[in-house]
Design a protein around this ligand. Structure first.
Ligand SMILES: Nc1ncnc2c1ncn2[C@@H]1O[C@H](COP(=O)(O)OP(=O)(O)O)[C@@H](O)[C@H]1O
Ligand SMILES: [Mg+2]
Length: 285
């Protein structure tokens, strides 16, 4: 699914409120991995809610495969778009409302696509395997009794149950430990065909798998670059109080000292290996 924002603005219905988002143009193609970065309060969650058609733009248009969100809303066809998208909200427990964790897991699939129960259970086993969640246990417990990492995994697994064309994640690594973050990254990296939109105030974790970085500050889009071009834009990012990933900042500092690193590594280990290689070459020279 191609999603396109044309001059989108959004204002919450509160007296005296500023625009939460203004004048956003953005086109996301099927299969892109986009990181949306910005400081707290910059409008990231609002953008995700617009992307998911949970709220409609106050001004401007959003198109799903060329069809306006307003038209879809008028024809009561928003569910046909929303069932192609999976969302992991910033506070997953706020999206839980079933008594059993298993019912939470299968809710969207059961509700939108009504497969038979054995089919549902097969899919549940397939999806939860990669998360280390046990279907038998999910059938026996409440979603609220899970640990915070497990709640997040359950919410993500439930979004993946419907094989979404578009997966949106709002601050997915908040509250995850290093192993949880790695696991999440591995799962996202395996979703080759899926569009993944990751909202974060910390790009660090996702740089390796991102194609494109969109920067938001005070409700406006201030940056939209392919990952390869991020290094040239570190000053711009920082001028908008968007923290650049450390691996990029280090390369930026090195550059300022006249040290050029080839290949713009996206992971610290890779940068350190490259630097070590350069030092050894010097030692031999
Ligand atoms: N439900 C709401 N009602 C009124 N204002 C809101 C609501 N949600 C967010 N806002 C305001 O909209 C702006 C953007 O918020 P948000 O999209 O949550 O930013 P972020 O996710 O980047 O932290 C902020 O000024 C915030 O206070
Ligand atoms: Mg937010």
């Amino acid at each position: 699914m191609v999603i396109e924002f044309v001059d989108v603005s959004y204002q919450y219905d509160m007296p005296g409120d500023e625009w939460a988002l203004s004048g956003i143009d953005l086109k996301i193609e099927q299969g892109e991995k986009v990181v949306v970065a910005g400081p707290a309060g910059s409008g990231k969650t609002t953008m995700l809610q617009l992307l998911d058609a949970l709220i409609l733009p106050t001004k401007g248009e959003i198109f799903y495969d060329g069809i306006s969100v307003h038209t879809l809303a008028r024809r009561k066809e928003l569910p046909s778009v929303r069932r192609r998208m999976g969302v992991l909200f910033q506070f997953p427990e706020e999206q839980f409302f079933q008594e059993r964790a298993y019912d939470e897991l299968v809710f969207a699939l059961r509700n939108f696509f009504s497969p038979d129960e054995p089919e549902l259970e097969r899919r549940a086993h397939d999806v939860t395997r990669g998360f280390g969640l046990d279907v038998g246990r999910l059938k026996a417990c409440s979603p609220f009794s899970l640990s915070s990492g497990e709640k997040r995994k359950l919410a993500l697994a439930s979004a993946l149950m419907i094989r979404p064309q578009v997966l949106m994640l709002d601050e997915p690594t908040a509250g995850l430990d290093a192993a949880g973050r790695r696991e999440l990254m591995r799962i996202i990296a395996s979703l080759e065909e899926t569009t993944v939109i990751i909202v974060t105030h910390n790009q660090e974790d996702f740089l390796a798998l991102a194609h494109r970085i969109v920067g938001i500050a005070r409700g406006e889009k201030v940056l939209d670059v392919q990952k390869e071009d991020l290094l040239q834009r570190i000053d711009l990012l920082e001028s908008h109080a968007i923290e650049a990933p450390l691996v990029m900042r280090v390369q930026h500092w090195l550059r300022q000292e006249g040290v050029a690193i080839g290949g713009a590594p996206c992971e610290m280990e890779e940068l350190v290996r490259t630097l070590a290689g350069m030092v050894q070459l010097r030692g031999k020279g």
